[in-house]
Design a protein around this ligand. Structure first.
Ligand SMILES: [Zn+2]
Ligand SMILES: [Zn+2]
Length: 423
């Protein structure tokens, strides 16, 4: 039996991969324009990094990690997300010693053991940015503007940023108390997960998708109700900067990120698809994370998006540029000697950056001309035995059908100039 690729993975074939390249190139351009530099971290890390950096209580760490013992009996895990690795590198490579803030982006495959029927992939791809070493609200606004701008450049419509502030450890303690008091008499109506969350992490109850839990928490105190002065002015400043930048946003007090190291701004970018809104990017501030994984106390903020998700949104909205024609010219050589001469000409032109192709299957003139049209070539460069004898090359314009002769000694220069002029 033929071997198949693992469940939840995909082969990205020519025809599709161009869409990925377009997305990745747009991402790189936006990041450069905003002064973000790329970081590439290992695909696998010590398991402990994700236990501490993503959180022992999360579904990712509890159920979804690809964890294995290597031959030295060390527990390793294929990275399920990017932020923990970037923070580890910030500490290990002493990026805190450079001028701050450090503005980084990453893009690459991530691994989670998801149920395949949910339409998710076990190897999927994420792009994200992280800004480390700056706690000012203008940083939060810049990060949100970057993702907003990316989606604008891609041409996505129906976008809205949802954001909230989850406060800091100080004001969150007050919120926790108020929320527990609010829920104390109705605790038994919550789902099993939320009953566990009640003691450990009640904030996450606000985020539960269970309709019962949503009904129970209606009117519950939100983190916005208990923000301390510092957190409140930070949040208001972020909102006013976003307004000034023309970002469409909505404050959503139920948007929470449940781990202790998440602080202040939390956000999602929503896109409208067939009547419903869904998130295509999530992010927020994590002023406690670098310390959590053993580094110096360092403020941080970032976001991540699944590229499969963004491509799906682009497909729904039909937003891909036309794939450009690949070849400028097709060299058509007939006969063994002409093939040698033509091969040399083709290589000289390729060396000058002119995309030229040549038949690799020993086909007839007619079939080669057909192939030239199929490849979208502007010119056919025809070299038969007769042309070789007269030391000329036939230059056929495939759009007009017009045909000229060029001396073989000048052929490379003439075609190169035509390509430069875009003719
Ligand atoms: Zn606070
Ligand atoms: Zn629940």
């Amino acid at each position: 039996m033929a071997i198949q690729r693992p469940k939840g993975t995909q082969d990205l074939l020519p025809g599709t991969v161009e869409q990925w390249q377009y997305l990745e190139e747009t991402i790189r351009k936006v990041c450069r324009d905003y002064g973000y530099e790329e970081i590439r971290t290992p695909i696998f890390e010590a398991t402990e990094l994700f236990q501490r950096g993503v959180g022992q209580t999360t579904d990712i760490v509890k159920k979804e990690m690809y964890t294995f013992l290597d031959k030295g009996d060390r527990s390793m895990t294929l990275r399920p997300e990017g932020t923990a690795s970037v923070c580890r590198a910030y500490v290990e490579d002493k990026l805190y010693g450079q001028s701050q803030p450090v503005k980084l982006y990453y893009s690459g495959p991530m691994f989670r053991y998801e149920r395949p029927q949910s339409g998710r992939f076990r190897q999927f791809h994420q792009f994200g940015v992280e800004v480390l070493g700056a706690d000012q609200p203008i940083v939060d606004a810049e990060v949100i503007c970057l993702v907003w701008d990316l989606y604008q450049r891609l041409g996505l419509k129906g976008l809205e940023v949802h954001l909230n502030s989850v406060g800091c450890p100080t004001c969150r303690a007050a919120h926790r108390e108020q929320l527990q008091r609010f829920l104390t008499t109705r605790k038994s109506e919550l789902c099993q997960d939320c009953q566990e969350r009640y003691e450990r992490n009640p904030l996450r109850i606000l985020d539960c998708k269970n309709p019962n839990c949503q009904a129970v928490t209606e009117g519950a105190p939100t983190t916005l109700d208990t923000l301390c002065d510092d957190c409140r002015s930070h949040f208001e400043k972020v909102l006013s900067l976003l307004s000034g930048a023309g970002v469409a946003y909505r404050v959503d007090p139920r948007l929470v990120r449940g781990l202790d190291y998440y602080t202040k701004t939390a956000f999602e970018v929503m896109v409208e698809e067939i009547g419903a809104q869904s998130a295509i990017c999530g992010g927020g501030r994590y002023d406690g994370l670098v310390e959590e994984i053993g580094g110096p106390a360092t403020p941080g903020i970032g976001f991540a998006m699944g590229l499969e998700r963004v491509l799906a949104a682009l497909q729904v909205q039909g937003k891909f540029p036309d794939p450009k024609s690949k070849l400028f010219a097709m060299l058509i050589a007939l006969g063994d000697k002409a093939q040698n001469e033509g091969f040399a000409i083709m290589n000289a032109l390729r060396g000058k950056g002119v995309p030229v192709g040549m038949d690799l299957l020993g086909r007839s003139l007619k079939a080669q001309l057909k192939a030239a049209n199929r490849e979208g070539a502007e010119f056919a460069l025809i070299l038969g035995e007769e042309e070789l004898e007269r030391q000329v090359l036939l230059l056929r314009d495939l759009n007009s059908g017009e045909q000229t002769e060029v001396p073989l000694s000048k052929a490379i220069e003439v075609i190169y100039m035509k390509h430069q002029r875009g003719v």
